[in-house]
Design a protein around this ligand. Structure first.
Ligand SMILES: Cc1ncc(COP(=O)(O)O)c(C=O)c1O
Length: 396
């Protein structure tokens, strides 16, 4: 019986240019972003400038994590204790966690079979909050024109969680450019890798000035380049607390060459996705989410649904695949495990039952697609999943 022996958590090494740049930072010792000599420009400031240029944003701020980028965006929008924030029921723990971190409460919005936020459910709940923290979970992007029209009409501010959509677009517009803020992660499993890290983008001068002060700029905001002009900080610098969460020059140095190679990496992810998709198409009992032509996705992971399957049958598929070296994650498990949890696992946040979303979540199977997998690896993985899903489907 065929077995897969690769690792689902092994990313590619940092490119040589990133290793060399990191070494240079370590050799000169000026790791703190504000520790520069003469007219030297810090790696963190250069990264911000480059990411702003790649996304077309006016401003960019490099931060300690994607989660910190989200809390900073929420704080910069004035969200605090007791406020309610709409967010996806299908997302990962750092998203409701960011809402809880500012003392606010999530209001969960359902998920569709195509794994995007349910716009009908959103429309029904828009009167419950002034802000939506929209998670483009696992890279699935909803109809952004429709979502923005709904939110604009209701006066709801949109903050985008783009942890899984760096390099992606909807209708040609980069993810993170629709809302007031776009929040990105550079944690190891994301599209560029500095171990931990985050990037925040915006066109809103006041909001970004607040974010820079929040991140801990020690009044050194004039050392930023992709930042609003110093006069924007005139009163904000007195009014905004320092909640340190800056990115350092070492991480920025590691990231800059990866950002330069992002387009190529996105293409490579999508080649792998296409192979898996082709291999799993028309498997009885297995549903693939539809991806509309406007969605310029970056598939660093792959999802399918075993919709309405009994839990024991899904568990059996997971076990049989695992025995053949293919690690699948399931959003329908009774207990949150590893990186996988569900809105009803976050007991600090109240949630009303969402039966339609529960049905979808109970069927979602998730696979990481690291670029260390070859196209042949993906063909083999698809073959293994197809045969195990088919075997269990026929026996149920
Ligand atoms: C959907 C989603 N949003 C945000 C984040 C936050 O990223 P970080 O780990 O950098 O805080 C993650 C990280 O796993 C995530 O999966």
């Amino acid at each position: 019986m065929e077995k897969f022996t690769g690792s689902f958590t092994q990313q590619e090494p940092i490119p040589e240019a990133g290793v060399a740049a990191a070494l240079a930072v370590m050799q000169h010792g000026r790791l703190h972003r504000y520790n520069t000599v003469g007219d030297e420009i810090a790696e963190a400031a250069l990264l911000e400038e480059e990411f702003a240029s790649v996304t077309g944003a006016a401003y960019c701020l490099a931060l300690a994590s994607g989660g910190y980028a989200m809390t900073t965006a929420l704080r910069a929008c004035g969200i605090g204790h007791g406020d309610k924030v709409l967010t996806n029921a299908f997302t990962l723990a750092p998203v409701p966690g960011a809402i809880a971190a500012v003392g606010a409460e999530p209001v969960f919005v359902g998920v569709t079979q195509d794994l995007v936020i349910d716009l009908d459910d959103l429309a029904a709940k828009l009167d419950q909050a002034d802000t939506l923290l929209l998670s483009h979970m696992r890279g699935h992007i909803c109809d952004m024109r429709q979502l923005m029209a709904l939110c604009d009409a209701a006066g709801v501010t949109v903050i985008e969680d783009c942890a899984h959509t760096m390099g992606a677009t909807w209708d040609g517009v980069p993810s993170g450019r629709w809302g007031r803020f776009g929040c990105f992660s550079t944690q190891t499993y994301k599209h560029i890798n500095s171990g931990e890290g985050g990037l925040l983008i915006s066109d809103d001068a006041t909001g970004m000035a607040r974010a820079i002060m929040l991140s801990g700029s020690y009044m050194l905001f004039d050392k930023h380049r992709a930042a609003p002009p110093p006069e924007t900080f005139a009163t904000i610098k007195y009014e905004t607390p320092n909640i340190s969460g800056r990115m350092d020059n070492l991480r920025a140095a590691v990231l800059r060459p990866q950002l330069a190679g992002l387009d190529r990496q996105c293409r490579r992810w999508n080649e792998r996705y296409a192979v898996l998709q082709d291999g799993l198409r028309d498997t009885p009992g297995l549903v693939l989410p539809t991806r509309p032509p406007e969605e310029g996705f970056v598939a660093s992971s792959f999802q399918f649904l075993l919709l309405d399957w009994p839990a024991e049958a899904v568990t059996l598929v997971l076990k049989r695949c695992k025995d053949r070296g293919v690690e699948l994650k399931w959003f329908g498990g009774a207990e949150p495990s590893g990186f996988t949890s569900r809105y009803d696992s976050w007991r600090y946040a109240q949630s009303a039952p969402m039966p339609a979303s529960d049905r979808i979540l109970a069927g979602i199977i998730d696979i990481r697609l690291p670029l260390t997998f070859s196209l042949d690896d993906c063909t083999l993985i698809a073959r293994i999943i197809r045969s195990e899903v088919s075997a269990v489907w026929q026996s149920c």
